[in-house]
Design a protein around this ligand. Structure first.
Ligand SMILES: [Zn+2]
Length: 303
């Protein structure tokens, strides 16, 4: 009798363990599934753009920059796909209002579109010489403008008395902005790793970049439209950098090869961004862009 009770107790215990582990695994799978299907936006991070048929046009000198540069012909294929498919090219402020802070409902005109954000870091001249002609050709052909977000280091911009084939000038920025293709944001003053400098240097990197970019764009754009968002050089940051940046910038972008799942975004200063260099085939970038959510409601995270 006693032995029978002991067996029953053992059976009940193992049944409870089995149920608990089943429920646990089920919940974990559900969580993973929810994370996987949660709405996403691809924020693609480019640097220079090299024309494989004419590499001397906008020469890119150092080997790291060479490796980071994306082939112009592939970029054109990507942009043409996105423009033809009527993607919504987000500016940094649109990203902020509708997907980061979510402070505003998405305007009805964007229903049915998929959002995308195309960014270029490090102020390379080729973003003017090799990208603007593509954008102009696409606008003529499809009657749509594609907006590029430029994260600029004013410290490396070419000076009026020192023209450069490597770096953009303020004149280039103004011209691209006037044509409606550029959104000008900050990448720090001199591309220093913000986690490895003193507090006073950190302030200088953040403030000077903003002041100089705004003065470059004076008369063309309101101050708040320029350098209001930051991409950390090397994608490197920590809590202290984020906290200091939050005094001058509305948001901060990483460079971590992750896709942005905006409904799960808790920290406006840790926005995921995809890396794009020569190792990433254009078809892969198209595939990643395609996984973005199609806008169906004005508040996609509220359900
Ligand atoms: Zn950079």
């Amino acid at each position: 009798m006693r032995l029978e009770r002991k067996h029953q107790k053992k059976r009940r215990l193992s049944l409870t363990v089995a149920i608990v582990s089943f429920v646990g695994s089920f919940l974990t799978l559900m969580l993973l599934f929810t994370y996987w299907v949660t709405p996403r936006i691809s924020i693609i991070g480019f640097h220079g753009v090299v024309d494989l048929t004419n590499p001397s046009l906008g020469a890119i000198l150092n080997p790291t920059a060479q490796r980071m540069a994306y082939p112009m012909q592939d970029l054109e294929k990507l942009l043409e796909y996105l423009v033809r498919s009527n993607y919504w090219f987000l500016s940094a402020q649109e990203m902020q209002d509708f997907f980061v802070e979510k402070s505003q409902p998405i305007p009805a005109k964007h229903k049915g579109q998929k959002p995308i954000m195309v960014t270029f870091d490090d102020s390379y001249k080729t973003v003017y010489t090799n990208v603007i002609p593509i954008l102009e050709r696409l606008e003529r052909q499809y009657d749509r403008k594609a907006k590029m977000v430029l994260f600029i280091n004013p410290g490396t911009l070419a000076k009026p008395d020192r023209p450069s084939t490597t770096y953009l000038s303020c004149k280039d920025l103004r011209s691209g902005y006037e044509k409606g293709y550029y959104d000008i944001q900050s990448h720090g003053q001199n591309h220093k790793n913000l986690t490895k400098i003193s507090d006073s240097e950190l302030l200088e990197e953040l403030i000077q970049a903003q002041t100089q970019l705004r003065s470059c764009m004076a008369g063309l754009a309101p101050d708040e439209a320029i350098a209001a968002h930051l991409a950390y050089p090397y994608g490197d940051m920590n809590d202290h950098v984020a906290e200091t940046a939050s005094k001058y910038y509305h948001s901060g972008y990483l460079y971590n090869s992750k896709v942005m799942r905006f409904c799960w975004l808790k920290d406006h200063y840790r926005i995921d961004r995809l890396t794009a260099n020569r190792d990433k085939p254009v078809d892969r970038l198209i595939q990643m862009a395609d996984r973005a959510m199609e806008i169906k409601s004005d508040r996609p995270c509220s359900k």
